[in-house]
Design a protein around this ligand. Sequence first.
Ligand code: DGP
Length: 117
Amino acid sequence: MASIFSKIIAGEIPGDIVYRDDLVTAFRDINPQAPTHILIVPNKEIPSVNDVTAADEAVLGRMFLAAQQIAAQEGIADNGYRLIVNCGQHGHQEVLHVHMHLMGGRPLGPMLYRTSR
Ligand code: DGP
């Protein structure tokens, strides 16, 4: 079954798409955690980073180039931003379709809250 992100990419369900090319699509997160919170997603459905292969190198590189371009588009490039890729249960990955979170627009604080190691 197609992932929710594949359905957004295919236009089957609505998404606020901010960028699209032959390898990746980016749209605003439905539950933003920062003034800018965008998901950059391979057009090809790869469930998680554990499933990536050498054949995916081009799409993975494109995700970073798209992040750079979208950050400039959003006006957050100079102040900086954060890119996050969650994987699996401990990584708290909720959608099984590889995606990069692009977050910015305010100081984001330390990467992880220091609870316990
Ligand atoms: P992760 O925990 O890394 O798998 O993040 C999944 C993100 O996907 C989460 O921040 C919320 C977002 N999300 C889930 N469903 C939808 C949706 O239908 N549309 C959009 N735009 N974002 C979604």
